[in-house]
Ligand binder design. Structure first.
Ligand code: ATP
Length: 376
């Protein structure tokens, strides 16, 4: 279903979709503490962009600055090329969804959705048509006469989403909207949010600390730490090519090995780890002899019993000892260690389960590990 986007609200800029957001060198201080540092961000019109990061990294602050809810120290926010830095929230043409649904308890689902439209003087047939469109989009038609107290958490959040979209905002801002729901519902409603965003062609900026949610939903994501956006990219790109140890670790389990750059060949970086040499990607500017860290995801690593049994296409990186092996259904999760630290490898569930104390060789798929600057 395509939703009619013709609107009395701000129309699309000539020749394009609406809702491009630009954040330009935004700095924010609270009581003398800097919580955002000269932050730049561009979210394309129609894009689903996620701000992902640990608690306190500045995600909500940045979202609220885009919304116009916070006075910040310096910088500029624009939507569709117009500077909105000094424009009040209600004139920014923005929709919000928060963790606590904030529905009007005395109004039905349909009345909640109609509320903002009525404030904007939408009446009669136009009002009914738009409310029906939103009930279709959010698949709430059969619940339209219920009150919020008669709905599940997931249904209430769909009403909140519908209410936010009813006025065809240029940008939809969502702050941990699935935070109060259980895991299963989070996945289902996450997919729903993505579908609704795509069908309504609305730019979405979504805040979460849950990387799985970010993967499922996002066209691109920005990973935040301590008031900085550390890396921006498509989920797969950021997962497989992190540019810092923080991003590598925050986006999932990873193994790190202290190494030294051996040289560069054919666009790859050869890293020496102890007596071994591994072909990896990233950091072409590091010079031979410079210290670095090699980072590899558990699924990029194989275990073997000796050098003669390293699989084709893999390169040995460390001689280790098995410390623990556990069956996890789809995988066997093996913990290992050597003098440099501990590691994690996922084996296929059909592999044999290694015994604790057994020696093993870890090897990495060629060109799959990432080189990071040392100590980052
Ligand atoms: N009104 C405020 N006054 C003072 N400090 C604040 C205020 N709001 C946020 N902060 C601080 O700013 C920093 C960033 O907070 P923010 O809420 O943006 O983080 P977050 O990444 O969204 O975290 P969470 O996932 O826990 O919501 C934190 O250190 C927080 O304590």
């Amino acid at each position: 279903m395509r939703i009619d986007m013709s609107s009395t609200n701000a129309d699309a800029p000539a020749g394009g979709k609406r809702g491009e957001v630009n954040v330009d060198k935004v700095t924010c201080d609270f009581s003398g503490n800097r919580v955002l540092h000269e932050t730049d961000l561009t979210v394309q019109a129609g894009e689903f962009f996620t701000l992902l990061g640990p608690s306190g990294s500045g995600k909500t602050t940045l979202l609220r600055i885009i919304a116009g809810l916070i006075d910040f120290t310096s910088g500029r926010v624009s939507i569709d090329g117009s500077d909105v830095t000094r424009l009040p929230t209600q004139q920014r043409d923005i929709g919000f969804v928060f963790q606590n649904y904030a529905l009007f308890p005395h109004l039905t689902v349909a009345q909640n959705i109609a509320f903002g439209l009525k404030l904007r003087k939408v009446r009669g047939a136009a009002l009914t048509k738009r409310v029906d469109e939103i009930l279709d989009l959010t698949e709430l038609g059969s619940l339209k006469d219920r009150h919020p107290s008669q709905l599940s958490g997931g249904q209430q959040q769909r009403v909140a989403l519908g209410r936010a979209l009813a006025q065809r905002p240029r940008v939809l801002l969502l702050d941990e909207p699935l935070g109060a729901l259980d895991r299963r519902l989070r996945q289902d409603l996450g997919s729903e949010i993505r579908r609704i965003q795509q069908e309504s062609e609305t730019t979405a900026i979504y805040v979460t600390h849950d990387q799985e949610e970010a993967y499922i939903l996002s066209d691109r994501m920005g990973v935040m730490e301590a008031g900085f956006i550390r890396q921006v990219g498509a989920p797969r790109e950021v997962y497989s090519a992190p540019t810092s140890a923080f991003v590598a670790n925050f986006l999932g389990e990873t193994n790190t090995f202290p190494g030294e750059v051996g040289g560069h060949e054919a666009g790859a970086t050869v890293v020496r780890v102890g007596d071994y040499a591994v072909t990896a990607t990233g950091q072409p500017a590091l010079k031979p002899g410079e210290l670095c860290t090699l980072s590899a995801r558990p699924e990029q690593i194989r275990l073997s019993t000796g050098l003669g049994t390293v699989p084709a296409g893999f390169e040995p990186v460390a001689d280790v000892t098995v410390t623990e092996a556990r069956f996890f259904g789809q995988t066997i999760r093996v913990r290992l260690s050597d003098v440099n630290g501990s590691y994690l490898v996922d084996l296929d569930s059909s592999d044999s389960i290694p015994e604790p104390g057994a020696p093993a060789v870890m090897s990495i798929r060629s060109h799959s590990a990432v080189v990071l600057p040392a100590n980052r």
